[in-house]
Design a protein around this ligand. Structure first.
Ligand SMILES: *Cc1c(COP(=O)(O)O)cnc(C)c1O
Length: 397
């Protein structure tokens, strides 16, 4: 069968593939320590599960409006106001089948063949394929580790052309763990807003901020930036609800209308039951979120210390999300037998095969020098896993 050029030009999500491989090895009886997981290791809070059970028992099991239930849209508007000081009306928000789907729909609604979208690297694995599937061209802009991989205005200026339609920003970041302050975000956002470049601000890791740092929603920076931003968020990470598949976004009415039209012709609507659960997630008491973030903060201190103790490895302290992105370039070129560790992929393959530690190579995120560690796993496994990595690295020659 001859498949479309669109689909043959992308690869499956490498993070999902690596997670599947680690789980398969474990099913075969191999004691794999898995640092690839991009999801909280907590269960969905009971209050949220109960809301879903009630929805089923109440017979709330039919199609909903394409853009989501009025109740959940109202809850999303309330959340944006409460947490971000953002005024979105219900016609400016919509509910999607996960935050990933929100980004996909925005690209489908926005791009014509050849339009460019700026993607700062290291990037989340799904941004470039989302652009390509919509017929656009991702323009990858490398950022510097010394700036904690935060996009600088000068880097952005060089990447923008008259075909630039949008930019992806992700703070706190997957994979780097960096989080922009308002001061760091403003020049970049201002530049885009002044040129009518849509800022697609992926804020899915909003609650995971450490050391008392304040989260800044891009759209809250100024009225002009608000007009030129679509804010993507969801319940997957904040409420340990990755399997429920509920994301949401807020932005300009015409864009939301366009995305709703595509959703109405593709998925129809997100699951009715999951929407009820998401209402409870957003409107209910938020103590469970706080408790989760406290645990992540402790693990982040732990993994940061352990990684920096490995000779030749360096890592800045993650400011948000649940990832560390240490630099392993000192080991590139070293050998295990006659196998050369030419880059992050080869090193991760070696570590999985010999140390039984699953990691995501930086190459998957457009930055080969680093390797991503998710610390959404227990203290014990963090300690044991990093020790295995250190031992395997010491054996390279
Ligand atoms: C997990 C994640 C999302 C969204 O995940 P969904 O489960 O689709 O809601 C979006 N952006 C980034 C950077 C993520 O890591």
């Amino acid at each position: 069968m001859e498949l479309s050029r669109r689909v043959t030009s992308i690869a499956p999500s490498p993070t999902l593939a690596l997670d599947a491989k680690a789980n398969q090895m474990r099913a075969e009886g191999i004691d794999v320590i898995n640092f690839t997981v991009g999801q909280p290791d907590f269960n969905t809070p009971e209050r949220i599960c109960q809301a879903a059970i009630k929805a089923i028992n109440d017979g709330f099991t039919r199609y909903t409006p394409a853009a989501g239930t009025p109740e959940l849209k109202q809850a999303v508007c309330g959340k944006f106001k409460r947490d971000n000081g953002l005024d979105y009306t219900p016609d400016q928000v919509m509910i999607n089948v996960g935050g990933k789907h929100s980004g996909y729909l925005v690209m489908q609604a926005l791009l014509n063949e050849g339009d460019e979208v700026v993607v700062p690297a290291p990037y989340w694995v799904s941004y470039p394929p989302m652009v390509i599937l919509a017929g656009g061209t991702p323009v990858i802009v490398p950022t510097q580790e010394k700036n904690k991989f935060k996009l600088q205005l000068a880097e952005l200026e060089k990447a923008v052309s008259n075909k630039t339609k949008a930019i992806f920003l992700n703070s706190p970041s997957n994979p780097t763990g960096a989080a922009y302050s308002a001061e760091e975000l403003l020049p970049v956002a201002q530049f885009c807003a002044e040129r009518g470049i849509l800022i697609v601000s992926d804020e899915i890791y909003e609650p995971m901020m450490y050391d008392g740092a304040k989260f800044t929603a891009t759209a809250s920076l100024s009225p002009l930036i608000y007009q030129n931003t679509v804010t993507l968020n969801g319940v997957s990470k904040a409420y340990a609800m990755t399997g429920w598949r509920i994301g949401y976004m807020g932005g300009p009415v015409d864009l939301i209308k366009a995305c709703s039209k595509i959703q109405s012709q593709s998925t129809s609507n997100p699951t009715s039951i999951a929407q009820k659960a998401a209402v409870e997630a957003l409107n209910g008491p938020q103590d469970d979120v706080k408790a989760m973030v406290e645990v992540f903060a402790r693990r982040r201190d732990l993994i940061y210390d352990l990684l920096n103790q490995i000779p030749g490895v360096s890592c800045f302290k993650p400011e948000g999300a649940f990832y560390a992105f240490p630099n392993f370039a000192a080991y590139y070129g070293k050998k295990a037998g006659d196998k050369v560790m030419t880059g992050s992929s080869e090193l991760c393959e070696h570590l999985l095969a010999t140390a039984h530690v699953a990691l995501v190579p930086g190459s998957a995120f457009g930055h080969d020098e680093c390797i991503r560690f998710s610390f959404a796993t227990s203290d014990e496994l963090i300690k044991a896993g990093v020790e295995r990595v250190a031992t395997a690295l010491a054996k390279l020659s």
